[in-house]
Write a protein that binds this ligand. Structure first.
Ligand code: SAM
Length: 224
């Protein structure tokens, strides 16, 4: 596991055994903001504007460094939105690796401090990050995840299909999407014919959205 600096100056991790980075080499923070924050969370909030919702629940597949969570928590904190966030992670990073990401530069100091203090505890017990923001990490494989909770948004951030095809197959996608509310939004950085077919077959309307730098398109899907 080595840190690599990406094109926007933010760091990511290269996973040698998998042969892939945790984020885009074209910009880790840029990718996270584009794919998950803007195309996922902000899109969902715009769709529900008329329902005057001030709370949102998010399920992330592949919690990794927690970058998507941190940026999401920071946005919700600034906007006084209530956030319930669950990340699924089969192979959690060591707390020391989390501390070396440099992501403290991207968020409010108090959020970063709570995040790094709570990281290990979040693997077993839900944590309260800040006003209205709760989070936890389900330390298990995506296929073993279970919850009574239903979520508004899924951030699907698995390693690419070429390295982990099982994550992008019908069984895993149908399983994680069963925890999404009707009208809920699924976003991921990639788009392939196979992914589109599977998402349609499990009851989603799909949309090609503009991709993050380095990718022309990404998938956004809404559960109908
Ligand atoms: C592309 S990285 C995620 C990057 C992460 N969202 C971040 O911001 O750092 C993919 C993640 O999926 C995790 N993973 C691999 N297989 C998994 C599985 N079967 N279930 C859940 N997570 C898995 C990896 O350990 C890795 O952390």
């Amino acid at each position: 596991m080595n840190f690599v600096t990406t094109a926007d100056g933010s760091k990511t991790i290269f996973h040698e055994a998998i042969g892939e980075h945790y984020h885009s080499k074209h910009g880790a923070v840029q990718e996270s903001k584009h794919v998950f924050l803007s195309s996922g969370l902000k899109y969902f909030l715009e769709q529900t504007e008329n329902r005057s919702t001030d709370s949102v629940s998010i399920l992330e597949v592949g919690f990794g460094t927690g970058l998507n969570f941190l940026l999401t928590a920071d946005y919700c904190y600034q906007k006084s939105l209530t956030l319930s966030y669950t990340g699924i992670e089969a192979f959690p990073l060591e707390p020391d690796m989390i501390k070396q990401t440099g992501y403290e530069k991207e968020v409010e100091t108090t959020l970063w401090q709570s995040f790094s203090d709570q990281y290990t505890k979040a693997l077993t017990t839900p944590q309260h990050l800040a006003n209205g923001i709760t989070w936890s990490i389900a330390h298990k494989r995506a296929l073993d995840f279970d919850s009574q909770q239903r979520f508004d948004i899924i951030y699907f951030d698995a390693f690419a299909a070429v390295h982990q095809p099982e994550m992008w197959g019908l069984e895993t996608l149908a399983h994680v999407c069963s925890f999404l509310n009707r009208g809920g939004v699924f976003v991921t950085y990639a788009i392939t014919g196979n992914l589109k077919r599977i998402m349609k077959s499990i009851g989603f309307s799909i949309e090609k959205a503009p991709g993050a730098p380095g990718k022309r398109e990404m998938l956004r899907a809404v559960k109908v």
